[in-house]
Design a protein. Structure first.
Length: 100
């Protein structure tokens, strides 16, 4: 029973340290170009890592999820707006799951 509280306390301290230490240790502007670009892309990579498995596994078959993902990437690459990409992906999933 007490192990649960120790685990929760350690998780809280680690989470707090991860969020507070950069604010307290880094006072001046970051001039390293590599570090700047790394920090710039962290939110995008995190969002992609959380979203991609959900896209593939939210459908009944992973094939339809992957096909919708590829169609969505192709449409977005060609400049389609978010609404048309989403509708197209939904249609692809619906059609593939209907006929497979």
């Amino acid at each position: 029973m007490t192990n649960k509280y120790i685990y929760i306390l350690i998780m809280a301290l680690v989470t707090y340290a991860i969020r507070v230490l950069p604010l307290t240790l880094i006072r001046k502007q970051i001039k390293n170009q590599f570090l700047q670009s790394f920090l710039y892309y962290v939110p995008y990579v995190t969002l992609a890592v959380m979203t991609f498995p959900a896209i593939v596994h939210a459908t009944q078959t992973p094939i339809s999820g992957m096909a919708a993902f590829l169609v969505g990437i192709a449409l977005a690459w060609r400049g389609a707006n978010l609404f048309s990409v989403a509708v197209s992906c939904c249609f692809i999933v619906f059609a593939l799951e209907l006929f497979l």
